[in-house]
Unconditional design. Structure first.
Length: 91
């Protein structure tokens, strides 16, 4: 007996962790993408999927693929510096 198993069955999406039940994912998910964390900062919504880090401010958006991130530094208490492999720095 042969049984056909789809990739989505082998790697089921993780359960969403959220600080606020009223938050909605601020972007349309790509095929195979699953949002794993959804939270709120002072003036932004932060979403982390299995593909990207997405931060939506009132007037701008930061969207960084996870594989592009070289390192992350926490400076002071309220600053996060994301150093990318293409030499960009997101603050």
């Amino acid at each position: 007996i042969l049984e056909y198993i789809q990739a989505k069955d082998l790697f089921p999406p993780k359960e969403l962790v959220s600080d606020d039940d009223n938050l909605q994912v601020p972007f349309p998910a790509l095929q195979g993408e699953g949002v794993e964390y959804l939270g709120r900062a002072d003036d932004a919504v932060i979403a982390i999927s299995n593909y990207r880090l997405h931060i939506k401010f009132k007037d701008s958006i930061i969207n960084v693929p996870l594989m592009l991130i070289e390192s992350v530094e926490s400076r002071d208490m309220f600053q996060l510096h994301i150093i990318c492999k293409d030499s960009k720095v997101v603050r």
